[in-house]
Design a protein around this ligand. Structure first.
Ligand code: PLP
Length: 452
């Protein structure tokens, strides 16, 4: 075991050194070499060292450099050194944090992290929290609590009796809500299609003037950080309207909620603190390893009612029992790498990381404008949407950028136009990485436009 783990650490370390300079995506040769994995089920054992050797020699070159400094696709953070190392140690511990009795250390670190997170994100300190896989499950978890609470107010116990025959729940989202919200609503029996979708402005923000008149059990889903533009719904205007109607207000703040950690940016998100529940990711802007999402719920009893579990063989003590707050019973100890990230960065370190990424996004936008291209969003956070011309030109530039390999940027459709997205979310990205990437993107774009 000793030698195996030392060898693995050496391999991982070499991988992370190489990622600074290698292509952002794997080349075709590395991807086609993956066919080596397609063997019949092995008839007998193999030496662990040989297993790791194959994984590294065939697998590592075929990875996308998401942990590297020039990956700007989707919204993907890297893994901070302390957090990655803590994740390894926690994997060696192999703790199941479902119950305090089963793993005091994993539960304690969840508790501590939860308190720190609420403080850092400017949320009520007595919120209940849930450590889940990502923002999709965080939306699901918080919306399950919302569903439970709004039906309980009309004397319907959805946990006991299900949804058949229950009073209808009105669900309101912005037209630009993230698809994971609709997925969560579908999984919860609230339907993806029966949602009232409020029209949005050019940045994807809900238009408060179009907020519908609602009554009866209702859930309003706001967004803090649009996946394309980074824009924030007008929470200060909408939350009072929703409150007046007695609705539960949920916030999808997968990455945008982290603006609260920066004194420069906290104003963007302050009004969202008046909501009832929030979903966010730690694997995005806190830069912990996958997977790691968080749900926070103001009314502890609502989350607990939706998620609690009990059985004679699952002893519950006076401590917070995590499995009463999460969809899962058994899961990995996500609190460990979150604790390590927060402990290693501190309040100032998280703020600096968020601000550095936002400054890098502005640098991208300025560089692209100076080169004659169009930025389609107000760059308020870490997201840039750029157009190089007609839809086909944008498709070709995205393909060209991926073929070039200096950096990784994705395609999107924004306000009806095909465009390229740049999301700066990694602790590793430096100004030098932005310059290198800008040079590559501008070169590729000019080649594409010249050839058209
Ligand atoms: C606003 C928003 N909500 C939800 C999600 C889903 O997050 P996850 O992939 O962690 O489930 C994302 C992902 O980018 C997002 O940007």
């Amino acid at each position: 075991m000793d030698q195996l783990l030392a060898d693995t650490a050496r391999r991982a370390s070499a991988y992370l050194t190489g990622i600074q300079t290698r292509r952002a995506n794997p080349n075709a040769e590395a991807v086609s070499a993956l066919s080596v994995f397609r063997e019949l089920m092995p008839s007998g054992p193999a030496e662990p060292e040989a297993v790791l050797q194959m994984l590294d020699e065939v697998g590592s070159p075929a990875t996308t450099a998401m942990a590297g400094p020039r990956f700007f696709g989707f919204v993907i953070g890297g893994a901070l050194p302390a957090s990655l190392a803590a994740n390894w140690l926690a994997t060696a511990w192999d703790q199941n944090p479902g119950l305090h009795l089963a793993s005091p250390v994993a539960c304690e670190l969840e508790d501590v992290s939860l308190g720190w997170l609420l403080d850092l994100l400017g949320l009520p300190l007595d919120c209940a929290g849930s450590f889940v896989t990502g923002a999709t499950m965080a939306n699901f978890t918080a919306l399950a609590a919302a569903r439970n609470a709004v039906l309980r107010r009309v004397n319907w116990n959805v946990e006991a009796d299900g949804l058949f025959g229950a009073p209808a729940i009105t669900v309101v989202t912005g037209q630009e809500a993230h698809p994971s919200v609709f997925k969560a609503l579908g999984m919860l029996g609230l339907g993806r299609e029966r949602v009232i979708r409020v029209p949005v402005d050019a940045e994807g923000r809900m238009r408060a003037a179009c907020f519908p008149v609602i009554q009866g059990p209702a859930i309003v889903c706001l967004q803090a950080g649009n996946v394309n533009s980074g824009a924030f719904d007008p929470a200060a205007e909408i939350i009072p309207l929703a409150r007046k109607a007695g609705a539960w207000v949920h916030v999808d703040g997968a990455f945008g909620l982290w603006a609260a950690a920066s004194p420069q940016l906290a104003h963007l998100v302050r009004a969202f603190a008046a909501a009832d529940s929030w979903a966010t990711d730690a694997h995005k802007w806190l830069n912990v390893p996958y997977d790691s999402g968080l749900a926070f719920v103001r009314d502890e009893s609502a989350l607990r009612a939706a998620m609690s579990i009990s059985a004679a063989y699952l002893p519950q003590g006076d401590n917070r029992e995590p499995s009463n707050y999460t969809p899962e019973l058994s899961r990995r100890a996500r609190g460990v790498d979150i604790w390590a990230a927060l402990k290693s960065l501190g309040r100032s370190g998280v703020a600096a990381m968020v601000e550095r990424n936002c400054a890098a996004a502005r640098l991208f936008a300025d560089g692209l404008v100076a080169a004659g291209f169009h930025i389609l969003n107000e760059v308020v956070l870490n997201q840039v949407v750029v157009s190089f011309g007609a839809d086909e030109a944008n498709e070709a530039v995205v393909r060209g950028v991926l073929a070039d390999g200096t950096c990784w940027c994705g395609r999107t459709v924004w306000q009806g136009r095909t465009a390229m997205r740049i999301s700066v979310s990694s602790w590793r990205t430096t100004t030098e990485d932005v310059h290198l990437s800008l040079v590559a993107i501008i070169r590729v774009a000019r080649e594409v436009l010249r050839a058209a």
